[in-house]
Ligand binder design. Structure first.
Ligand SMILES: Nc1ncnc2c1ncn2[C@@H]1O[C@H](COP(=O)(O)OP(=O)(O)OP(=O)(O)O)[C@@H](O)[C@H]1O
Length: 336
């Protein structure tokens, strides 16, 4: 498969008088191959937007190599720009224009045949509402109009920063269906998000960033499998006796208020047989599979704890700062 986006060792530090030096991206790597729907995940402030802006030449990187569709970025970006659709900064539309007029204007400005306008309106599901003024649109409709504008030139690569941000569940579902249909049409999609469940449903590949560094990447199913501890939730009438029996059989078991968790077991028959042979019948046996949310929370250290406000990613640590646990996390990378 050919590489559509290649980033290696990207670095970007912001300097401001008020906040001083801020390492936003700290040696970040990303590989997106043709045909992927690639999720770019990270907590707020972890460096996603800065990475996408650097990739598209909107901000100057301090170091690293970037290529888009084989062209070095930003130097040779203009050569491939016509094949890339991107929405990184929320586009501002004229409120008094209709969606159709907006897209016609953009098509003419971009040298795209205006016949594309109805096609993209149809693609994003706005054809029926295309004669309404944009100021009356919901957030979801505005997001879809933004995607429509990026699709005008029939891009091979679509880059979207937080396309589902602020959408209600129905809007997110529509966005998901749209991404799927684009992918089926052969478009490679890179989308950044912190809506993990959606990424799990939409994307086949994922890269997770925390504090400006990649903490894991690979196929979504492989990333999840890497965190699978083969755990089972078990309910029985006599949990204390069950703990004893399972422990005696050499199984790792943890007691919770209303259930047990047995870890490291591939075949659940082992659990039911161990208990059943001693006359203890299993009432419930449920596999506990990791989801992207738990992986993300573990890798980015943003797992909520009672009484502790939810943590956002701070700026990446500078060379003199202590980077807590990141090396350990890096070791958990899953190769694509
Ligand atoms: N123009 C800027 N000047 C100074 N600091 C900046 C600038 N842009 C980004 N930063 C800082 O760089 C870090 C990374 O920000 P970035 O916007 O890339 O994160 P993000 O992952 O996209 O976050 P979010 O999910 O909230 O959009 C943050 O600490 C942010 O405050």
């Amino acid at each position: 498969m050919s590489a559509v986006i290649e980033i290696s060792g990207l670095r970007k530090t912001f300097h401001s008088l008020r906040q001083g030096r801020r390492v936003a991206v700290d040696g970040f790597d990303l590989l997106v191959e043709a045909g992927q729907v690639h999720g770019f995940l990270g907590p707020n402030g972890s460096g996603k937007t800065t990475t996408l802006r650097a990739l598209l030449g909107l901000v100057r990187a301090d170091g690293g190599r970037m290529r888009v569709l084989g062209a070095d970025s930003p130097e040779r970006l203009p050569e491939v720009a016509g094949r890339v659709g991107a929405i990184v900064e929320s586009p501002q539309f004229f409120g008094n224009f209709t969606a159709r007029r907006t897209l016609r204007l953009l098509a003419v400005a971009g040298g795209v045949p205006t016949s594309r306008v109805d096609e993209v309106l149809e693609q994003v599901g706005l054809l029926d509402r295309s004669e309404e003024r944009v100021k009356g649109y919901s957030l979801g409709m505005k997001q879809r109009l933004a995607v429509a504008s990026a699709l005008l030139k029939q891009p091979e690569l679509l880059i979207l920063d937080e396309p589902a941000n602020g959408l209600d569940p129905a809007g997110i579902r529509e966005m998901r269906d749209l991404m799927r249909s684009l992918s089926e049409a052969g478009v490679t999609v890179l989308l950044s998000s912190h809506i993990l469940a959606e990424i799990q449903l939409i994307c086949d590949h994922v890269t997770i960033i925390s504090r400006g560094r990649r903490v894991t990447h690979g196929r979504v199913d492989e990333v999840l499998a890497g965190f699978d501890q083969h755990e089972w939730q078990v309910r029985v009438a006599e949990p204390e006796r069950a703990v004893e029996l399972l422990g005696r059989a050499g199984l790792s078991v943890t007691a919770h208020p209303d259930h047990l968790v047995v870890a490291g077991v591939d075949d659940p028959e082992l659990i039911s047989r161990t208990l059943g042979e001693q006359g203890l019948w299993v009432r419930e046996l449920i596999p506990l599979r990791p989801d992207l949310e738990s992986v993300f929370l573990e890798l980015t250290g943003t797992t909520p704890h009672p009484m502790v406000p939810r943590q956002l990613d701070g700026p990446a640590a500078g060379p003199d700062d202590v980077v807590i646990d990141l090396d350990a996390r890096e070791n958990r990378e899953v190769d694509a």
